[in-house]
Ligand binder design. Structure first.
Ligand code: ARG
Length: 637
C-alpha cells in the first residue's frame, strides 16, 4: 500500500494537484475516483462555504456517464435562503480552474462534474496495472475494530447451498449456491473474514428410512462410485414402499381388518424408520456409522461439483450437527422467557401474543416441538444459530435461502430476539431470491447439479461447433465448453434482481449474442488474444505515453473502467450480482465498439503501447469482475 501511495503522490504532484485532504471513507490509493471526490470536496468547501463532512458524502457516482462522472444534488448541501438553481449558477461562476475537472455544468438541481479524462487515465491506468487482482477489492483498514485492531477483520458467516442428502438438488439450491458464492467473494474482497457454511439437510426420520432402504436396495459399489445418485434411487424406492404400506393400512382398516392394520403400524416400515432414527439420536454406534458414511460420501461428491463453480466451504454443518444440549437449553430458555407455550400436547410459539397487530399475526403459530417430543426444522435452526455464535463469534451472518422460506427465517430471527438475544438477531440477515421456472435437462427434469452442468456443457459444445473455423482453433474444446456452460448458467441466474423469478432457457443462456455468460467470456478471450498478438513486455506497457489516448472511444473506455471500484462498493449495499453484471456488460459493449477505432496491429509503436495499456486495464477489470461473480475467465475460445 505504501508503494501505491507514493506512486499516487508523485503522480498528483506532476498533475499539479498540491494537496489531497483526507476524508472518512475516502481511499484514493485504491479508488482513483476518490482522488476526484477529495479534490472536488476541497474546492467546493471553498466555493460554497459548506462543511466538507456534508459535501463529501453528497458527491454521487452516476450510472450514465452522459450525466457526468460525479454529480452533486444541490439541496443535499442544505444551504438556506436561495433556490438550488440559483445556488448552482453562483457556484459554477465561482468555480476555479482545476487540473483534474472541467468547470461544472448545471442540470436542474444537480451540478455535473466531468473529469479531465487525460488526467484520469494517468492516475487510473497505472493504478490498475500495478494492483491487478487487487483493483476493485477495496480492502479497507476500516474493517478492523478501531478500539482493538489486533482482533483482526470483522467476521461474516455466509450460509448457502444447503442441499438435502438423498434428495434432488433443486433450483433453490442452485440459486443459493451461485448467490452465496458471489456474496462470499464480495465480502472477502472487501476485507471481511468470511466463513462459508453449508447447512445440510441430513437429519430426521427420513434418514432412518434411507438406512432401511439401503439394507433392502443398496449396493456398495454404486454407493462408493456415485453416492448422490445411488442414495437418491434408494430413497425413491423405499419411499414408494412406505407409501404403499400406508395405502395398505388404509384399505385394511376399511375392510375392518384392524388387527392386521395394527400389526403393520407396529412393525411396518414407518415404525422401523422411526426406531432407526431414534437410535441415531441416541448415538447408537451402528446407526451413526452407517449414516455418517452416507453423509461423508455425499459431501465428498458435493465438494467436487462445488469446485467446478470455484466454491469451497469452511464448514459442512447440517441439521444433524445441532447438539441435543443446545436444543434442551433453547427449549428451556423459550419456556422461561414465556416465548413458547404448550398447545394440545405440542409446544408452539404464538407470535400474536408477543408482537402486536398484523405483524404478529403474519408470523403465525409455528410448532417447535411435536407431541411425540421430536424437534423440527425451526427448532434446529434456533439452536444452530446459537451454536454458530459460540463457535465463530461472528459480527454478521447471512442466510442465502429462497424467498419461499421468508416466513421461516422471520420466525427464526424473531424467536431469537424474544429469547433476549437482540444483538444476535440484529446480526442476522436473510438474503432471499425467487424461483427458477422450468429447470430441466433435455432428457427430463433435473435432479442434480452435475446433470445440469453436464447438459449445458454439451449444449455449449454444439453451439461452438457451429462456427467450424473457430472451433478448430480451440485447444481443448470439451473443457472450454464445460466452462462456458457453467458461465451460461450462472450469468442467466444473475441477470435479474434476486427476488425475480426467471425462466431456465438453455437456448438463450448459451448464445454468444445478447448479455450472456458466453458473451462475457468471449469479450475476455478477445482481450487476451489482443495481448498475445501485440506481444509487448510489461515494461513497455508500463512506460506507455498515455497522453496518446485522445480518441473519444478511448476516453469513454477510461471513464467506464474508472467506475469499477465504486460499482463494487455499491454492490456491498445492494448485495445483488446484477449490479456487477450490468456494469460488466456496459463495459464490454463500450469495448467492442472501440476495437475498430483503437487498433493495435498496424499502429505506430508508441500508440500501440498506449492502447495496449488501456486494453490491459480493461482486461484486468473484466477479469476481476468475472471472478467476483464466481466465473472462471477463459483466455482462448
Ligand atoms: N436444506 C434446506 C432446504 O433444502 C435449506 C436450509 C436453509 N438454511 C437454514 N438455516 N434453514 O430447504
Amino acid at each position: 500500500m505504501a508503494a501505491t501511495h507514493d506512486l499516487l503522490a508523485t503522480k498528483l504532484k506532476s498533475l499539479s494537484v498540491a494537496t489531497l485532504p483526507k476524508y472518512p471513507n475516502c481511499h484514493p490509493e485504491v479508488n482513483p475516483v476518490d482522488v476526484y471526490r477529495a479534490h472536488l470536496t476541497e474546492i467546493l468547501t471553498e466555493v460554497t462555504g459548506v462543511d466538507a463532512a456534508i459535501i463529501y458524502p453528497a458527491l454521487q457516482w452516476t450510472q450514465t456517464l452522459e450525466k457526468g462522472d460525479l454529480v452533486l444534488p444541490v439541496p443535499a448541501l442544505r444551504v438556506k435562503g436561495k433556490k438550488p438553481p440559483e445556488l448552482a449558477a453562483e457556484w459554477v461562476e465561482k468555480f476555479p480552474e482545476s487540473p483534474l475537472v472541467h468547470k461544472p455544468t448545471v442540470n436542474g438541481t444537480f451540478l455535473q462534474f466531468f473529469f479531465k479524462v487525460d488526467k484520469l487515465a494517468e492516475i487510473l491506468i497505472p493504478s490498475i496495472l500495478t494492483r491487478k487482482q487487487a483493483f476493485g477489492r477495496n480492502k479497507f483498514l476500516g474493517l478492523q475494530d478501531p478500539e482493538d485492531p489486533s482482533k483482526g477483520n470483522k467476521r461474516i458467516l455466509i450460509e448457502f447451498s444447503s442441499p438435502n442428502i438423498a434428495k434432488p438438488f433443486h433450483a433453490g439450491h442452485l440459486r443459493s449456491t451461485i448467490i452465496g458464492g458471489f456474496l462470499s467473494n464480495l465480502y472477502e474482497g472487501a476485507g471481511w473474514d468470511v466463513k462459508r457454511i453449508n447447512y445440510l439437510g441430513d437429519w430426521g426420520k427420513q434418514y432412518g428410512l434411507l438406512a432401511l432402504g439401503f439394507e433392502k436396495y443398496g449396493d456398495e459399489e454404486s454407493l462408493v462410485s456415485d453416492p448422490i445418485n445411488h442414495l437418491f434411487v434408494v430413497y425413491v424406492k423405499i419411499s414408494a414402499d412406505q407409501a404403499a404400506e400406508k395405502e395398505k393400512i388404509k384399505s385394511l382398516e376399511a375392510e375392518g381388518k384392524t388387527a392386521e392394520a395394527q400389526k403393520l403400524k407396529d412393525d411396518g416400515l414407518d415404525e422401523q424408520a422411526r426406531r432407526y432414527f431414534k437410535a441415531m439420536t441416541e448415538n447408537d454406534d451402528k446407526a451413526i456409522a452407517q449414516w455418517s458414511r452416507f453423509r461423508g460420501l455425499s459431501i465428498k461428491r458435493y465438494k467436487e461439483t462445488y469446485a467446478r463453480l470455484n466454491i469451497h466451504f469452511d464448514d459442512y454443518s447440517g441439521e444433524s450437527q445441532v447438539k441435543q444440549e443446545k436444543m434442551d437449553f433453547a427449549a428451556q430458555k423459550m419456556a422461561d422467557m414465556g416465548v413458547s407455550e404448550e398447545s394440545e400436547g405440542a409446544v408452539i410459539v404464538d407470535f400474536s401474543k408477543h408482537v402486536p397487530g398484523k405483524a404478529g399475526k403474519s408470523l403465525e403459530r409455528p410448532i417447535i416441538k411435536k407431541k411425540d417430543g421430536t424437534a423440527l426444522y425451526l427448532t434446529r435452526d434456533i439452536s444452530e444459530m446459537m451454536q454458530r455464535q459460540d463457535k465463530y463469534s461472528f459480527d454478521q451472518m447471512i442466510y442465502v435461502v429462497a424467498s419461499q422460506q421468508d416466513l421461516h427465517l422471520r420466525q427464526l430471527f424473531k424467536i431469537i430476539e424474544l429469547m433476549g438475544y437482540k444483538e444476535l438477531a440484529a446480526k442476522c440477515q436473510h438474503v432471499n431470491f425467487g424461483l427458477v421456472l422450468g429447470m430441466s435437462t433435455r432428457k427430463g427434469t433435473v435432479k442434480f447439479l452435475d446433470d445440469i452442468l453436464k447438459d449445458v456443457g454439451e449444449k455449449m459444445h454444439e453451439v461452438m461447433q457451429k462456427n467450424e473455423t473457430k472451433y478448430k482453433q480451440v485447444e481443448d474444446p470439451l473443457a472450454t465448453a464445460d466452462i462456458l456452460g457453467i458461465s451460461a448458467v450462472m450469468v442467466q441466474d444473475m441477470s435479474g434482481k434476486r427476488i425475480n423469478n426467471y425462466k431456465f432457457d438453455m437456448d438463450v443462456m448459451t448464445s454468444f449474442e445478447g448479455d450472456t455468460g458466453p458473451y462475457l467470456q468471449y469479450a475476455h478471450a478477445r482481450l487476451c488474444s489482443i495481448t498475445r498478438k501485440a506481444a509487448l513486455s510489461e515494461e513497455e506497457i508500463a512506460s506507455a505515453d498515455l497522453s496518446l489516448l485522445t480518441e473519444s472511444h478511448a476516453l469513454e473506455l477510461v471513464r467506464v473502467i474508472s467506475q469499477y471500484p465504486d460499482v463494487v462498493q455499491n454492490t456491498l449495499k445492494t448485495l445483488e450480482p446484477i449490479t456487477v453484471l450490468t456494469y460488466l456488460f456496459k463495459m464490454t459493449h463500450t469495448l467492442s465498439s472501440s476495437y475498430d477505432h483503437l487498433r493495435i496491429v498496424g499502429s505506430e509503436k508508441e500508440l500501440m503501447k498506449a492502447r495496449m495499456a488501456l486494453y490491459d486495464a480493461a482486461r484486468v477489470v473484466l477479469n476481476n469482475g468475472m471472478r467476483l461473480l464466481g466465473l472462471s475467465p477463459v483466455e482462448r475460445m
